[in-house]
Design a protein. Structure first.
Lengths: 180, 172
């Protein structure tokens, strides 16, 4: 039954195909080929023109030498401008300028005044104990007797000699001043 | 394409157009669509004519027609209008076989394009399922399923087939 049905389908298809009218499609097929070539050429030309119109300005703008891109330049400059504006806020915390100001504590060099050092170094006071030699002077009163005479004879000589001389000599107070 | 190749192409088209237009007619179901389909296939073949110099170009033209028809169907090519009566009516046959063939032709024209395409390739071009699948670029299972659905539809379109076919002895 299926083979008979298949034969019926084949016979029907053959009869149906016979309804097709033979035509000569040679000229039309060749004409379509030539039209397709013309279309492809036109598309290629249009593509080339589009490439020139769009790609060349873009390439020139990228290279930076396109005058017409002047409108683009402010855009590029405007964008960086807000950025430095933000940096202006940074300098505010950069009040570190005030830090150097206190660093101008010229007072530091003042305390560094080693001038004070010479003060403690006032070895000048050391000669003061040398004034203790004056204490023996009151002792002179005690030894008013004869031995005192012998003593003052000896003591007065070194007294004036030692006291005034070392004082001016050790009073090299100018020395610390020189250091300053 | 130089003059020699153009002459060879023209000879091929003139000699094979009658056979090719019949296949195109079966695929499209009407004359104008068949001419347009074959013309498109021939134009695509002409573009590849230099590569087909050593081979037979007819299988290439047929494959282009098959795939072009599938492409048109997928793109929604709905220029085809089913006809209720075949273009040429034959006189009624007392045996009824002609009526059966006419009814079958009508049923074939009413098939959806993908199913009719498979039926044409299987029963008119005498291609195997594998060859049909290769020609259409689909799987063998797809060919089988489409063929089965097309046969079922043809049977359903001809309810009187079984009785008359058995009575006539099964000779179309």
């Amino acid at each position: 039954m299926s083979q008979q049905f298949d034969e019926l389908i084949r016979a029907s298809l053959r009869e149906l195909a016979g309804n097709a009218q033979p035509v000569d499609l040679t000229a039309r097929a060749l004409d379509r080929v030539q039209r397709g070539r013309r279309t492809s050429l036109a598309l290629a030309a249009a593509g080339g023109a589009a490439l020139v119109v769009f790609a060349v300005p873009v390439a020139a703008a990228v290279s930076g030498g396109w005058p017409g891109a002047a409108g683009d330049k402010p855009r590029s400059t405007c964008k960086p401008k807000p950025a430095p504006s933000h940096t202006f806020t940074k300098p505010a915390p950069s009040n570190t300028f005030t830090k150097p100001a206190p660093s101008y504590t010229f007072t530091k060099p003042v305390p560094s005044t080693t001038v004070t050092k010479p003060v403690p170094s006032t070895t000048v006071k050391k000669p003061q104990p040398s004034y203790t030699f004056t204490k023996p002077v009151p002792s002179e009163g005690v030894t008013k007797p004869a031995p005192v005479k012998s003593a003052p004879s000896l003591s007065p000589k070194p007294k004036p000699s030692f006291s005034p001389k070392p004082n001016p000599s050790f009073s090299p107070k100018p020395k610390p001043s020189d250091r300053c | 394409m130089d003059d020699d190749e153009q002459q060879r192409f023209s000879d091929f088209v003139r000699s094979r157009t009658p056979a090719l237009i019949r296949v195109a007619y079966l695929l499209c179901g009407e004359q104008h669509g068949a001419e347009d389909l074959l013309q498109t296939a021939l134009a695509k073949t002409a573009a590849k004519w230099k590569q087909l110099r050593s081979a037979d170009p007819e299988p290439y033209v047929r494959k282009v027609m098959y795939r072009e028809q599938v492409s048109r169907w997928r793109k929604g090519w709905h220029r085809e209008v089913p006809v209720h009566t075949p273009p040429e009516q034959s006189s009624s046959d007392p045996s009824g076989t002609s009526d059966l063939r006419l009814a079958m032709q009508q049923a074939l024209l009413r098939l959806p394009p993908p199913q009719r395409l498979v039926i044409v390739l299987r029963y008119y071009e005498d291609l195997t399922e594998t060859q049909v699948a290769e020609a259409l670029g689909c799987s063998v299972g797809t060919v089988r399923s489409r063929t089965g659905r097309a046969i079922d539809r043809l049977r359903a379109a001809m309810p009187e087939l079984d009785h008359e076919y058995v009575m006539s002895g099964g000779t179309p």
